[in-house]
Design a protein around this ligand. Structure first.
Ligand SMILES: C[S@@+](CC[C@H](N)C(=O)[O-])C[C@H]1O[C@@H](n2cnc3c(N)ncnc32)[C@H](O)[C@@H]1O
Length: 247
């Protein structure tokens, strides 16, 4: 398992500078939509990159949850510099306490790709379902199973595949290096779409919908011809939305 306490600055540099983040950010914003007056939970919030977006989108209450104390400390430093009223809580999405309350929207950007087994994926999705109100929305980004680790490479966008192997349950473990001035190693998992959809169904979600990250027009134009070819041909990052059933 990747220990995020050890790679806070490295991960922050990767997040802020990689072109995969620049491409994914508008998709996350579109999938979230208008959050005015809504209560929003950011799961696996890291140093608050998307937690701050939830507040910028006018959510009435924003809570960020992460396993890593170090990441949360960095998130709180941002909050201290530019207060947005965000609460940060240390915790495991697989065991979210009921004391957090109930939410209208749960954002989970690069959480599910840390599930090491189908059971852990189910536990994460069950945990999220328990904290969403009926009709509440899940907005997630994860790693698409369709990504071929030995296919067109994503190094130019910030991620290098060092190795990969199949794991029980139909998934794949990816040993990745997040590339920036200060590279850091990550261990992530891909799970098939039907595994996600079965877990969502079991947890009471409806209408799962998948959106491979498109290349925004301004970024397409800003880079040389061919730069985004591998990004389009071998999709790694994919948006997932679903709604908690009304009853
Ligand atoms: C790749 S970072 C993503 C952070 C943030 N969502 C972003 O896009 O910048 C993954 C984060 O997931 C957290 N994480 C992994 N498994 C978790 C779990 N079971 N519960 C809570 N946080 C978890 C890690 O501590 C890490 O901060």
């Amino acid at each position: 398992m990747t220990c995020y306490d050890d790679i806070i600055t490295e991960f922050e540099r990767f997040k802020e500078t990689s072109t995969m983040t620049h491409a994914e950010r508008p998709l996350v914003r579109d999938l979230l939509g208008d959050l005015s007056g809504l209560e929003a939970l950011d799961l696996a919030c890291g140093y608050g990159y998307y937690t701050r977006m939830l507040a910028d989108l006018d959510a009435a209450r924003v809570v960020g949850v992460d396993l890593s104390e170090g990441m949360l400390q960095r998130a709180k430093e941002y909050e201290a510099r530019v207060p947005q009223g965000i609460e940060y809580v240390q915790g495991d999405v697989m065991k979210l306490p009921a004391t957090l309350g109930s939410f209208d929207v749960a954002c989970a950007v690069y959480l599910f790709n840390y599930a090491e087994s189908r059971e852990q994926l189910q536990a994460m999705i069950d945990g999220i379902s328990a904290r969403l109100r009926p009709g509440g929305r899940l907005v997630a980004m994860t790693h698409a199973m369709a990504f071929e680790p030995d296919g067109p490479a994503w190094d130019a966008y910030g991620l290098h595949v060092r190795d990969f192997e199949a794991v029980p349950g139909g998934g794949r473990r990816l040993l990745l290096t997040a590339l920036s001035e200060t590279p850091c190693d990550l261990v992530c998992y891909q799970w098939p779409q039907d595994v996600y959809e079965a877990a969502l169904d079991q947890a009471g979600f409806t209408g799962p919908s998948w959106t491979p990250t498109p290349v925004p027009a301004d970024l397409n134009d800003a880079y040389e011809d061919g730069y985004w070819d591998a990004f389009r041909a071998n999709t790694l990052t994919i948006g997932l939305t679903a709604r908690k059933a009304l009853r």
